[in-house]
Design a protein around this ligand. Sequence first.
Ligand SMILES: NC(=O)c1ccc[n+]([C@@H]2O[C@H](COP(=O)([O-])OP(=O)(O)OC[C@H]3O[C@@H](n4cnc5c(N)ncnc54)[C@H](OP(=O)(O)O)[C@@H]3O)[C@@H](O)[C@H]2O)c1
Length: 307
Amino acid sequence: MHWHILGAGAIGCIWAAQLYKSKHDVTLILRSKERLQQLCESKGIIYQSLNAESCAYNVGAELVKNNTPIKNLLICTKAYSTISALKSVAGRLTSDANVVLLQNGLGPQQEAVKLFPELSLWAATTTDGAYLNAPFHVVRAGHGETLIGMISKKKPLTYNDLIPSPCGDLNISLSANIEHKLWCKVAINAAINPLTALNNCKNGALVSNTVLTKKMQTVCQEVEMIAAACGQDLFDKPLYEMAISIANATAENYSSMLQDIKQKRPTEIEQITGFLCKQADKLNCNAPENNLLLQQVKQLSTAISSA
Ligand SMILES: NC(=O)c1ccc[n+]([C@@H]2O[C@H](COP(=O)([O-])OP(=O)(O)OC[C@H]3O[C@@H](n4cnc5c(N)ncnc54)[C@H](OP(=O)(O)O)[C@@H]3O)[C@@H](O)[C@H]2O)c1
């Protein structure tokens, strides 16, 4: 089984390294000769594990415009690039291709199903943590779980038809209702990310600062109402309680949205809060706090990128 990986960022490099380590065929798809040159200079993917040991994996790579067929494709770009990334290689996909979209947020998955009804499309969500400290130098920041489930309306394959086993240190399971898992992740991200990004604070401040805690509670109530209107029953307990316990457990962390703002990178706000606000509009739900956060994060993002 040969896997192509499009999106050689932190998550893409983890997957490429772990597939390679487990002796599966894996090829990175890069979008420029400069990126190929960087991979060559770094002598493959340098993977730093939690115990700070580094290992080099000489993973092969090719350009998007290569014309060899693709049977299994994993897309691990940020959510705002998913559709353009998929379109860039659509002509290379075999008629029986499997495509896995591994992103935070919602929206691109549904758009992909509409645009490519003939494909076997899967969505994935992960609690793994990683970051790049240089191109193709990936640092593992945490070991979590990756859930994968089919989103296209085709006869589902069995798990072993899709994911090669073993797959290094990745902990992967099949989910019968991946849409629900993606909703839960979006709900938690909507509760924590915009407020931490706007207030330049660690996740723990959402618990220790009463003004922020109150705002998070309002955000959670709105998100729960939107989810219910969309037929999604999120957690066994109220979203606000879940968000408090996650903010507590990750009190010393900076959310990914705040890190994007600090590094002047685009954020995934449109695929998180933006997705929820669109659903609220369609269903005539009132979500003023989420709409305000959406506008504020977009303004901050624009101000920072043009500074
Ligand atoms: N990192 C984590 O710990 C973590 C944890 C859980 C979930 N996630 C989610 O996983 C997803 C990926 O995150 P990440 O941290 O790996 O992002 P990332 O480090 O920013 O990597 C994204 C990569 O996608 C590449 N890319 C974008 N558009 C492309 C295109 N059209 N063709 C080819 N490559 C393209 C970029 O390449 P260039 O370098 O050429 O721009 C970049 O290397 C996000 O949705 C994120 O929220 C991440």
